[in-house]
Design a protein around this ligand. Structure first.
Ligand code: PGA
Length: 252
């Protein structure tokens, strides 16, 4: 099976340009496996600089954007298009991160459009899904995640959907230090893969990487990444320190 192993760092609204460059240089100078795709998601203003730093450094490093607009251009003050992000070196884009779903009220119609813009601009969408705490406590988490898949991702054709990366991020685990156990995460990842197989086919389901996110760190990454159907991680807080991020990359 040739599914990509991926470790991605979502820096959110952190770091200055100087701090960003120092972090990237430290990660690049560390020993990391070439068969793991490594992605930095810096704030927009640093994408160009980070991309330039990793440009000559093959070894599977890429840069991505934390969001994009659903139009290619126009009167949208303060927004950034997928096309613009691609033009400064982004190769991946986070779509539907829970912080944007909650704080910016991003719903399925917008998320579908954003994924379309990414695909048109040869960017890989990393589609983020996951339930909030009340959903988990009411034992509705599988239904919630299934709806998030159906409303957005399952509208795409077989050829397009295979280009998408999924990130399962239970919202109750994000930034809380309360990570999902390998069993909790693993059963959801298997559920997601089964739904993809059911809607498309086994071949597609086995080709799509499904990342875990939510308080994944240097201590728990090994057990999570060793779990069936978990193909890597989307890392927030622990991606801000080079040593932690490198040890997560080395956790496969
Ligand atoms: P966290 O964030 O690792 O700090 O929990 C993950 C994310 O929001 O992508």
């Amino acid at each position: 099976m040739s599914r990509k192993k991926i470790v991605a760092g979502n820096w959110k609204m952190n770091k200055t340009l100087q701090e960003a460059e120092a972090l990237v240089k430290e990660v690049l100078s560390s020993e990391t496996p070439g068969d793991v795709v490594k992605i930095f998601f810096p704030p927009f203003p640093y994408i160009n600089s980070v991309s330039n730093l990793i440009y000559d450094y093959q070894n599977g490093f890429h840069c991505g954007a934390q969001n994009c607009h659903y139009n290619d251009s126009g009167a949208f003050t303060g927004e950034v298009s997928a096309k613009a992000a691609a033009s400064v070196g982004a190769r991946y884009v986070l779509i539907g991160h829970s912080e944007r779903r909650i704080m910016h009220k991003e719903g399925p119609e917008f998320l579908k459009l954003k994924i379309s813009r990414c695909l048109e601009n040869n960017l890989v969408p990393v589609y983020c899904i996951g339930e909030m705490l009340p959903g988990r406590e009411a034992n509705k988490h599988f239904g919630i995640v299934e709806r998030q898949l159906e409303e957005v991702m399952f509208n795409f054709s077989v050829d397009d959907v295979r280009k998408i990366v999924v990130a399962y991020e239970p919202v109750w685990a994000i930034g809380t230090g309360k990570t999902a156990s390998p069993e909790e995460a693993g059963e959801m990842h298997s559920f997601i893969r089964n739904r993809i197989a059911h809607h498309y086919n086994e071949e597609i389901a086995n080709a799509i990487s499904i990342l875990y996110g939510g308080s994944c760190n240097a201590q728990n990454a090994k057990a999570l990444f060793a779990t069936k159907d978990i193909d890597g991680g989307l890392i927030g807080g622990a991606s801000l320190q080079a040593s932690d991020f490198v040890s997560i990359i080395n956790s496969f």
